[in-house]
Design a protein around this ligand. Structure first.
Ligand code: CUA
Length: 183
């Protein structure tokens, strides 16, 4: 037995199909020459292609030089960073010092961290005083990542390990004290 609901759905569907067919048939005009249609489509397509090309070239031109992969050869401060189970070894190379285990850096200077690991993969992450992540890179054995960062404001920054590296992972932190130059 067909339910009333089913019959209603069928009726509505049938009416909709008739209405759509009628609409399409009234809308249609003389068939267009397929050749001219093809040409029109090709023209629009090549226009879009060049537009896309233009946008991409512009986007790459503006953004690629800002990518962090270009080696900056003129850092004011250089620090070697070695991740070890489970602490950070921070070795000032140029323009920085160690004070009671804290790394002390000048504000407003371009700092290069040369980051590697002595054992497993670690994550070298630098956080602001209020706990926001500022920059990070991976510390990998047998490879050195170059992280460039300029600390604009004096203060106490923190380094945390960002990659689970074993039982002492949570102990891998260090302090970076940034001071106004000359203080
Ligand atoms: Cu080192 Cu987690």
């Amino acid at each position: 037995m067909v339910s009333t609901y089913g019959a209603l759905v069928f009726l509505v569907g049938a009416v909709a199909m008739v209405v759509i067919a009628a609409f399409v048939s009234f809308q249609s005009t003389e068939p267009e020459d397929p050749k001219s249609v093809t040409q029109k489509v090709y023209r629009v397509r090549s226009l879009y292609f060049f537009l896309l090309l233009f946008v991409l070239v512009l986007a790459y031109g503006f953004t690629l030089p800002k990518a962090p992969y270009f080696r900056d050869s003129s850092p004011d401060v250089v620090v070697d960073v070695v991740g070890k189970m489970w602490f950070w070894e921070l070795k000032p190379v140029k323009g920085a010092v160690l004070e009671n285990g804290d790394l002390v850096l000048p504000a407003g200077r371009k700092v290069e961290f040369r980051v590697t690991s002595a054992d497993v993969n670690h994550g070298f992450g630098i956080y602001s005083t209020d706990g926001y992540i500022l920059t990070q890179t991976q510390a990998m054995p047998g490879y050195t990542n170059h992280l460039i960062y300029t600390f604009k404001k004096p203060g106490i920054y923190r380094v945390f390990c960002m990659e689970f590296c074993g039982i002492g992972h949570h102990n891998m932190f260090a302090r970076i004290v940034v001071r106004k130059e000359g203080e």
